[in-house]
Design a protein around this ligand. Structure first.
Ligand code: GTP
Ligand code: MG
Length: 615
């Protein structure tokens, strides 16, 4: 059986090479490599989805029978098993045929179950009946060498197993690399997401033959983790193509479509359309459940769960800038192979110290955090990433993209043409430390972060954290972040720089024969002794943590830390000295308060005693 890796397209080979590139402990230098264009990647995945079906089975053991049955519809290129844990385990196998026609033949041959009520709808989501009496298999058919490419392919590595993997790595760079490899969205995850998109596209294709439901966000930009949600943008009848191609067709054709007049303004119209769409998804599409409509948001969306894919979906119709932003993120990830592992490590650190949160709120989002990483890599003396302005300058006429609201999303897409090459050869572990050091010193109070310019600019307003929205530069990507959360970010990056410094100086696995956590794992656990937290500065409990600071009263003097960066050293010294001052003041306050309380208590006792004597 063929599998995905044997596909002979040049791009695919490049891509799989890219995915399986081995990590070495040496500095990873950005070498020129052929990169897959974003649109080519999307197209390849969309075509793959049209060749695929998902069949619910008893267990992975049903595979040989399923394979033999389905092989009669066409050549099966690959098969992938996954399970969904509900009350009991549900097993599924994704089959990829050689062509869309073969997959379609399998779907068309499928029957409806008359014993169950339900809306009859053709879709690639099927189940495999337990009986073998329907079709008698030839003996030859049953001897197959077919293999599942993966069993339990969507199961996430649990934290303990991940920690074991990271403990066993031989150096910090390998830890960072493994963290990325073991937690990133895998091939099956992407396949399932494109099937969800295909289902929506097919659902509206009767009215809109050119409709397209396009995945964007972390499912496709290479920054997605296993289990990430699917962001989808549905376009009824306009492909997401260059303005030039669209203009050409509009100018040349003499036949013009009659169209339905918009009944209200654009936004209300979209909201009404989305409401109907939500109903349609809810009532007719197999697998779609828990449909929620969030229509008053800046970008109205329909959220739903797909029970056969175990997937959360956010469907929008008007978030083209989000789509193009994903393309930019994808390109940044492709420019240099250190970018994604570094971002994964920083995102995990932020998650474990509670800076990010799965639900939206006043905290920093994963997207904003990714912007912080990109900006850090742009502003270096030897930049690892180009600025967005540089990408915009390298745009060719084919790259011109305008959204319906007139937002310019034109930037160079051809890596060759952009010809950016970094000379920076720092290891990922060094970059990680530099990231924390950089943001330890960043003036969040007065400066805004601009990925367009690759340098900080004056803050346009009083938002706590200001990251200029790269495609709508009057907006702030992190407007939601509260002052308190920004302060926590500042404190946590200092903690991390502090913790990581000694790890970077001793970057290899400690040879102590134990499996105790080391390296980046120290970033992911909140060891109270190693970390400064805001409450230490604001609560009397601070007295208990004086062992954090050089204290002449302790028996064991603290080990002096040799700070590489003079600014960080100064910062840490200043925190320590301020903390010492605060401690001293608190002790004075506490003892004078205690003295005052004692005096008051004495006075009361004397008064009471006098009163008793008087009676
Ligand atoms: P996770 O969902 O956390 O895995 O990451 P994500 O990258 O998918 O983030 P999210 O679902 O919040 O957003 C989806 C995509 O929309 C992002 O990848 C960006 O491309 C884009 N996006 C999100 N927020 C903004 C924003 O404020 N401005 C712009 N231009 N695009 C945004
Ligand atoms: Mg997302």
């Amino acid at each position: 059986m063929h599998c995905l890796m044997r596909n002979n397209t040049k791009h695919l080979l490049n891509w799989s090479k890219h995915l399986s590139r081995q990590c070495t402990s040496k500095a990873i230098i950005s070498e020129p490599k052929e990169k897959l264009l974003y649109n080519d990647m999307l197209q390849r995945r969309q075509q793959q989805a049209t060749r695929s079906i998902v069949v619910q089975v008893q267990s992975e053991k049903s595979f040989p029978e399923l394979y033999n049955y389905c092989a009669s519809f066409g050549k099966i290129l690959s098969a992938h098993h996954y399970r969904i844990h509900q009350d009991d385990d549900q097993h599924y196998i994704l089959l990829e045929f050689g062509s869309a026609e073969e997959a379609s033949a399998a779907i068309s041959s499928s029957a409806y179950n008359d014993e169950l009520s339900g809306v009859p709808a053709h879709s690639p989501f099927l189940w495999f009946r337990a009986t073998s009496s329907i079709r008698t298999l030839k003996a030859a058919d049953q001897t197959t060498e077919a293999k599942l490419a993966v069993i339990g392919g969507t199961t996430m590595l649990d934290n303990n197993d991940l920690n074991d993997v990271l403990c066993e790595a031989s150096n910090l760079d390998q830890q960072i690399f493994h963290l990325h490899q073991k937690t990133q969205l895998n091939d099956l995850g992407v396949r399932l997401r494109f099937l969800a998109a295909l289902q929506v596209k097919q659902a509206v294709s009767g009215i809109f033959p050119n409709a397209n439901a396009q995945p964007f966000g972390s499912s496709v930009n290479g920054f997605g983790r296993m289990g990430c949600d699917l962001d989808l943008i549905l376009r009824f009848d306009r492909e997401i193509v260059g303005a030039a191609a669209m203009q050409k067709r509009n100018n040349e054709s003499r036949l013009v479509f009659h169209t339905k007049e918009n009944l209200t303004n654009g936004r209300s119209q979209t909201q009404r359309q989305m409401e109907s769409l939500g109903d349609m998804l809810h009532l007719f599409l197999p697998g779609v459940c828990h449909v929620r409509r969030i229509l008053q948001a800046r970008v109205p969306i329909i959220k739903y769960h797909h029970e056969h894919l175990n997937l959360e979906v956010d469907l929008s119709m008007s978030n083209l800038t989000g789509f193009y932003m994903s393309e930019l993120l994808y390109m940044f990830g492709e420019f240099d192979e250190r970018v994604r592992p570094l971002t994964f490590c920083i995102r995990r650190w932020a998650q474990t110290c509670g800076l990010t949160n799965p639900s939206p709120g006043r905290w920093i989002s994963n997207f904003s955090l990714t912007c912080l990483v990109i900006f850090f890599l742009q502003q270096m003396k030897q930049p690892i990433l180009p600025t967005i302005n540089a990408l915009m300058k390298s745009a060719s006429p084919d790259d011109i993209r305008l959204t319906e609201d007139g937002i310019n999303c034109s930037f160079g897409r051809d890596f060759e043409r952009i010809s950016f090459r970094s000379r920076n050869t720092a290891k990922s572990s060094e970059l990680l430390l530099q990231f924390f050091e950089f943001y330890s010193q960043f003036d969040f109070h007065n400066r805004a972060i601009s990925l367009n310019e690759g340098r900080s600019i004056s803050k346009p307003d009083h938002s706590a954290l200001y990251i200029v929205n790269p495609l709508e530069q009057v907006l702030n990507v992190s407007k939601n972040v509260s002052l308190e959360e920004c302060e926590r970010l500042r404190i946590e990056v200092r903690n991390a720089a502090w913790v990581l410094e000694s790890e970077v100086e001793n970057p290899s696995q400690p040879d102590n024969g134990t499996q105790s956590p080391w390296g980046i794992l120290h970033l992911f656990k909140t060891n109270e002794k190693a970390v400064i937290r805001p409450h230490m500065f604001f609560k009397p409990r601070m007295v208990e943590v004086s062992d954090l600071f050089d204290d002449s009263t302790t028996d064991t003097p603290p080990t002096p830390v040799d700070y590489k960066n003079a600014n960080v050293k100064r910062e840490v010294e200043s925190i320590k000295s301020q903390a010492r001052g605060d401690l001293k003041q608190m002790r004075i306050n506490t003892s004078s308060a205690a003295a005052a309380a004692a005096a008051e208590a004495n006075a009361t006792i004397i008064k009471t005693a006098k009163g008793r004597r008087g009676r």
